[in-house]
Design a protein around this ligand. Structure first.
Ligand code: URA
Length: 180
């Protein structure tokens, strides 16, 4: 993938998934940001800190989970001040990386996929699904595996009122994992 990604998105570092080779649970986010590119691992920045807090509060250990993203490069653009800023991944980036994510899932063969936000939810289930309607629920992914939908941990940074909702969804996820 590295070669194809470098040819299609020159100069953009690829951030691969991390975790055990045979995870029961695989978390899938949207795309890396600046901190993730710097450290070379998903969810290394502010969103990852939020994610860790909620995982810890529900007794789930990050190192038991495999964590990856739909898009493996940082989607960014130049802002008005001339600095690079994040933007949501576009259709071209999602379409390019989706076959690699599918291959990653098939190789890891987790028992459960957990999507963080709309981008992985829509890529791995139906494009019409939204996290607002599906959060805290178990669906079936296009690959046949069960899929549990969570809000993106960054959404709590922008909307603090989602914190109790996120906490309840995490507790539901922890119950679901313990019953697996
Ligand atoms: N947001 C994501 O979706 N993925 C990351 O790796 C970091 C932030």
């Amino acid at each position: 993938m590295a070669r194809e990604s470098a040819l299609r998105f020159p100069g953009r570092k690829t951030v691969y998934g991390v975790g055990p080779d045979h995870p029961s649970v695989m978390l899938v986010g949207e795309a890396p940001g600046a901190k993730e590119v710097e450290e070379g691992r998903p969810f290394a920045g502010a969103a990852g800190k939020n994610l860790d807090e909620f995982l810890n509060a529900t007794g789930l250990q990050r190192d038991e989970l495999y964590i990856s993203n739909v898009v493996k490069i940082r989607p960014c653009e130049t802002g008005p001040t001339g600095r690079l800023r994040n933007r949501p991944p576009n259709r071209e980036e999602i379409t390019f990386f989706l076959p690699y994510l599918e291959k990653e899932i098939l190789l890891l063969s987790p028992k459960l996929l957990v999507t963080l936000g709309n981008t992985p939810l829509q890529a791995l289930s139906q494009p019409a699904n939204t996290v607002g309607a599906c959060h805290g629920q178990q669906l079936k992914s296009r690959l046949g595996l069960p899929l549990f939908s969570l809000y993106h941990p960054a959404s709590i940074i922008y909307n603090r009122s989602l914190a109790p909702v996120y906490q309840a969804d995490m507790e539901q996820l922890a119950r679901f994992i313990h019953e697996m």
